[in-house]
Design a protein around this ligand. Structure first.
Ligand code: BEZ
Length: 222
């Protein structure tokens, strides 16, 4: 099967999760989704990541994003680990993991999403079997993959950045704009190259031409 790319339809699957069985596409429904894998249950970096994802639940909900984790462990491990995540997370701020975590002990979904990387020597267990890597798939309501990330086992992901990309994608889907380096919601955006200057006068009355190919504008977002 060819690798999943931006623009691919996210493969559908059925799975057992900590919140019950799901059919992935049905579960996504009309929302955006983040599917993210981590190497294994009861591992330190993963514990900090899942606690943070739990604490950011309002940020995901505000953007109509559902979040679902995955590791190649059985459901009973996930359930025990969730207690640890909440316990540790509460040292920093109230933490209550409510998002589902997929149990993928036979690695069927990990393989479907190409989440196993046997080439990364830092991401194998004591027997040399690859863990799932730290992948992120952002999937839109049409089930199209809009972002993929692969992080090394040693490095926890930055969920501010993932939310930032979702803000950019959602704004880009709604308005004919793109977003510049280090952009954050509320800052000026770039007028899409397909918009002529004539159109821009109507669409973005306050736009500025810096170069013929680089025009920026403030954007009021509802
Ligand atoms: C961790 O989450 O801390 C971790 C998992 C697998 C390999 C290395 C680190």
């Amino acid at each position: 099967m060819p690798a999943l790319r931006l623009g691919s339809i996210a493969p559908d699957f059925e799975a057992q999760t900590t919140k019950g069985p799901i059919k992935f596409h049905e579960w996504i429904g009309d929302s955006w989704a983040i599917l993210f894998s981590h190497p294994a249950d009861f591992t330190p970096v993963c514990t900090t990541e899942l606690a943070e994802v739990a604490r950011r639940a309002p940020d995901f909900a505000k953007r109509n994003v559902k979040v679902i984790g995955l590791s190649a462990n059985p459901l009973n491990d996930h359930d025990k680990w969730v207690d640890d995540i909440n316990d540790y997370g509460c040292k920093f701020a109230p933490t209550n993991v409510q998002f589902p975590i997929i149990a993928d002990p036979d690695r069927k979904i990990s393989e479907l999403y190409d989440m196993l990387d046997a080439q990364d020597a830092t991401n194998v267990d004591a027997k040399g079997i690859p863990f799932t890597i730290r992948t992120v798939f952002v999937i839109d309501p049409k089930k199209i993959i809009r972002l993929t990330l692969s992080y090394p086992a040693s490095t926890g992901r930055n969920f501010d950045e993932i939310l930032r990309v979702i803000d950019s994608l959602q704004i880009g889907d709604k308005y004919r704009v793109t977003t510049p380096v280090n952009w954050k919601k509320g800052e000026d955006v770039i007028v899409h190259p397909s918009v002529s200057n004539e159109e821009a006068k109507t669409l973005f009355p306050d736009f500025t031409i810096h170069k013929p190919y680089l025009r920026t504008t403030p954007l009021k977002v509802e």
